[in-house]
Ligand binder design. Sequence first.
Ligand code: ATR
Length: 282
Amino acid sequence: MTDRYGVIGHPIAHSKSPIIHQLFAKQTKQDISYEAFDIRPDDLDKEVRRLVKDGLRGFNVTVPHKEAIAELADVLVGQALRCKAVNTVTVAEDGTLAGDNTDGLGLLRDLRRNLRVSLAGELILILGAGGATRGIVPALLEAEPAELKIANRTSERAELLADEFGEYGPVQACTFDALEQQPFDLVINATSAGLRGETPPFPSSIIGPDTVCYDLSYAMSETPFLSWAREHGGENLYQGWGMLVEQAAESFMIWRGERPDTEDVLRRLRRPPDKLALAVPG
Ligand code: ATR
């Protein structure tokens, strides 16, 4: 019998998870289906109960439900124990929900394995202090950077995260204009500003020619953050396509016990212009 899985979010129409998981299923010859469910925050509890009753074996969770599902789950496991946000739920035979989070591991795998970026002993800066940052900070700290700085427009949010995660490693908070005049080894954009076509006033001193600039957002053309980074001398520019596919592979592994090959799926999703590819005459 076909095992049913899905992704919940609001909005959800543009989610790439159904296509990614269908490609994984085909590649591993597993008999699963995977659908997108648009659930409004007010209906979350009721709709999740309905999906469980309908026999879903597991589901991914995206914006804006990751923190609410961490509250609703019967048990938190893996990275979700630390970051208190859930992107992967496994439904047990008795209907209980186990919440895990694969975002951080997906990011680490893309950075270290796909892009060959080292993290241990490095200076890392995360721009933004919302849900996306919460999901990746504990995993990044496990990679033992020299320092992890969280910079945000609203300093209180960054400080709250730095306080919460301080026990896991060297993490500090500041505002954009308090960033010191030195380039970081890795700058990760976790703000949602780019979705509105905006680029906040990040100081250009955070980027040097050796800085790896990674945008958690992804698009078929260059994202506003990466355009900004390129204009300020950034040469190593990456969008979040790899993290998207790697976090999905980690979820698939949790559910099905088999890790799919991500390279082929990533290629099919058409990894968009990296590394000045936009400058290639065409
Ligand atoms: P998500 O769950 O996607 O991370 P979020 O919780 O709404 O979404 O957080 C969005 C992040 O982007 C926050 O850090 C937000 O800054 P504030 O905490 O100051 O609101 C940041 N952000 C969004 N638009 C921004 C903008 N125009 N300039 C600077 N930061 C912005």
